[in-house]
Design a protein around this ligand. Structure first.
Ligand code: GLU
Length: 420
């Protein structure tokens, strides 16, 4: 069978290609020279499968999308608390290049606007690193995320430096508030070079899929961020990633995202897919017009909105049966699916409301794919209480979904004796 996924992506891209509104960014002169009709869409799954259509292998500059990853690197290097002392995580509602800081603290409002991104950039690599050493550290990170060596567009870099008065003004303001200490010229130059790294939509989809995959690059298997770092980064992307239209984006698309004035948008849906689009025609906020359309369609058609309400959890107690008879009878509770807090609550409620008649009980996890941390604790606590009530509790766990089954009373749960 030929997979329908690429055909579906092509259909979405064709439908959005008719839109020709918006213009490439021109405040960086070199960006205005791109072909405005280039258009590519790519999607990467958590197991590293890549689907793409159109100009998804055409290189363009990453621009603001780099801000999200550089922020992740700052959090990875310094820890969240230290980063928060210099950059807040509040959506600003201001344009990306707004010259403003929080009045009470002097901090930029978030790391996705230029003031926050320049501050984050300057935190990387410790106090003794050179400005270009800092660029190299961020470049290394971007290459690790893409799983290949990425080039830099020197023309775009130089071009941005001829028109960077605003970013220089922001950097001077930041230094006057003690948020950066290096020379504003050097910091802005290295930051602009970070923005001039060349990527394709395919690269970006894989980079997004690394976030989707809790920080592990799905193709190379390299762990780039920890799960906690990714959770924080995705939260900031969700609330601040789409310039001053972040609120619209959350309601119409609902996927943590970041856009750049080079025409790229990435979206990372936790546990599912990384998506990237490339189309240089931008709206008034600086977001790619076709990119937004693609994301809106995918979110709607594929139910990818983060707030999409999942079908009500079905009972995770798949069946119960009795094995053996008389005093030796064992009540086997067969659990199934992926068990999180809600599923575990159902099991516990059932055990509490309908005490089992048999004295011997086996919890059969053969049909369980995954047991989330809180569900594991809840299940173990239930078995501890059942033991206190006089039950003999066993575990059937051929796939080891509940390793180290210690209910906390010093006696590990045992498998069912083979005689049963
Ligand atoms: N290099 C650009 C700047 O700082 C990035 C802006 C963007 O993509 O939003 O102005």
């Amino acid at each position: 069978m030929h997979s329908p996924v690429p055909d579906y992506l092509a259909e979405v891209a064709d439908a959005c290609a008719v839109t020709t509104s918006g213009e490439p960014a021109s405040y960086i002169p070199e960006l205005a020279t791109v072909d405005p009709d280039r258009f590519g869409v790519a999607m990467a799954t958590v197991d590293g499968t890549l689907y793409s259509v159109g100009d998804a292998r055409h290189e363009f500059t990453i621009q603001s999308i780099s801000k999200a990853f550089a922020y992740g690197l700052a959090v990875r290097e310094l820890g969240l608390e230290a980063v928060l002392t210099k950059v807040d995580v509040e959506p600003s509602g201001d344009p990306f290049d707004e010259l403003s800081l929080e009045p009470s603290t002097g901090r930029p409002r978030n790391p996705m606007i230029n003031a926050g991104a320049i501050t984050t950039h300057a935190m990387i690599g410790g106090p003794d690193i050179s400005p270009m050493g800092r660029f190299e550290a961020i470049h290394r990170l971007l290459c690790d995320l893409a799983g290949r060596e990425l080039a830099v567009d020197d023309e775009v870099w130089r071009s941005e430096m001829t028109t960077s008065d605003r970013n220089l003004a922001i950097a001077h303001l930041l230094r006057s508030h003690g948020m950066i200490s290096d020379s504003p010229e050097e910091v802005v130059s290295a930051y602009a070079r970070q923005c001039a790294v060349l990527v394709t939509a395919e690269d970006l989809a894989v980079m997004a899929a690394t976030l989707t995959n809790a920080g592990v690059q799905p193709v190379t298997g390299q762990r780039v961020f920890s799960g906690d770092q990714v959770r924080h980064l995705l939260s900031v992307m969700l609330t601040c990633g789409m310039y001053d239209s972040a609120g619209d984006w959350v309601s119409s698309v609902g996927i943590p995202a970041k856009s750049g004035v080079g025409g790229g948008i990435i979206g990372a849906l936790p546990g599912q897919v990384g998506i990237a689009t490339f189309s240089p025609r931008l709206d008034a906020h600086g977001n790619s017009v076709r990119g937004i359309e693609v994301f809106e369609r995918l979110s709607r058609d594929m139910g990818l909105h983060l707030m999409e309400v999942a079908p009500p959890a079905r009972s995770v107690v798949h069946a119960t049966r009795v094995e053996g008879s008389g005093d030796d009878a064992v009540r086997v509770l067969e659990l199934s699916g992926t068990i999180g807090f809600t599923g575990a609550e159902r099991i516990l409620r059932r055990l509490a409301e309908h005490p089992l008649e048999e004295r011997r009980v086996a919890i059969d996890l053969s049909g369980v794919h995954a047991l989330h941390g809180p569900a594991r604790m809840m299940l173990l606590e239930a078995t501890r209480r059942m033991r206190l009530d006089g039950y003999e509790v066993h575990l059937v766990d051929p796939d080891d979904v509940l390793p180290d089954p210690d209910p906390g009373d010093g006696r590990l749960l045992e498998p069912l004796p083979s005689s049963v």
